[in-house]
Design a protein around this ligand. Sequence first.
Ligand code: KG4
Ligand code: ZN
Length: 350
Amino acid sequence: MLGIESSCDETAAAIVDYDKAIRANEIASQIQIHAKHGGVVPEVAARAHLEVIDQVIFNALAKADLKIADIDGVAATAGPGLIGGVAVGTVTAKAIAAARQIPYYAVNHLEGHALSPRLANDVSFPYLLLLVSGGHTQLLAVEGPGSYQRYGTTMDDAAGEAFDKCAKAMGLGFPGGPAIEQVAKSGDPEAIALPRPLKGAPGCHFSFSGLKTALANKLLKLGGPNVAPVADLAASLQAAIADCLADRTKQAMARFRFEFPTLNGEKPLLVIAGGVAANQYIFSQLYHNANVAGFQLSVPPAILCTDNAAMIAWAALERLEAPDMLNFAPRPRWPLDPNAKPPPGRGVRQ
Ligand code: KG4
Ligand code: ZN
């Protein structure tokens, strides 16, 4: 299966075998292009995908030592995401499928993330997934392909987005998460009082925009990025985000345990995926909470955790019998759980 991913700022192509062997997993990052803007610019991203997508696919075929004639199916992220980039990936995939007369699979990017733990490890359904990246912050009960219960999502910004926007305000560059984690090492996480939005509230939703505003206000009060104690601010922000993620995940673990009781005292499974999972401070808090709640914890390797095309190919392999999807139009929004009630508030994320 050839997989193509282009929904944000990575142009990726991968080839995955039926037996889970990842024959190629190529990624062309646009980080350098977007760094000067301090974030991803959709139109710039779409053009950059268009420029490199053919070469990325050729590179994947070369890595796998395969020809296009050896491919049995082609899958692309068809949403949710930045629609210009999604269009580039899906049109390319459809063209290959039509020319080669092989099936095309329109994959939900979130389903790619949700099923990626099964590509990496011997993971069986059901499991609880915390997906934390620049675009998503969700808690999902994963029961099988196409079968999800969304326990919580963000009411505004994603956790990674909060890292990125705060890093920009503090003059730390893009992407903000790794920069903040680095600077925070020499800071005091208790130095600056920041709020913990929704901590202790019922349910499993998240909110990060108030935290971002609170950090911006403190930064201003302390004299701006050149004068303020940036290490303390970074450490305090990281601690606040970690605290919110840990609290909401604790709620979700309680609900999951109730809804999916295990047999013979077997431990239920919590999987963490997404770029923010790379943060050691956040990971250690989640690890601690999972232990206390009696959950096993699994984190796919970083290369499968952040945006990649192997997870897109794998999601299609999990749904090989799906009807042909050549007529499927890309979707900027595409919730995994169509029955999920939206959280209270505005600007609800998928
Ligand atoms: O999963 P990902 O590569 O792409 C998507 O957003 O889908 O996640 C990127 C996000 C960015 O917001 C980045 O700042 C954040 O993950 N991130 C981190 C760390 N590494 C990446 N956030 C906190 N700490 C990190 N070490
Ligand atoms: Zn993603």
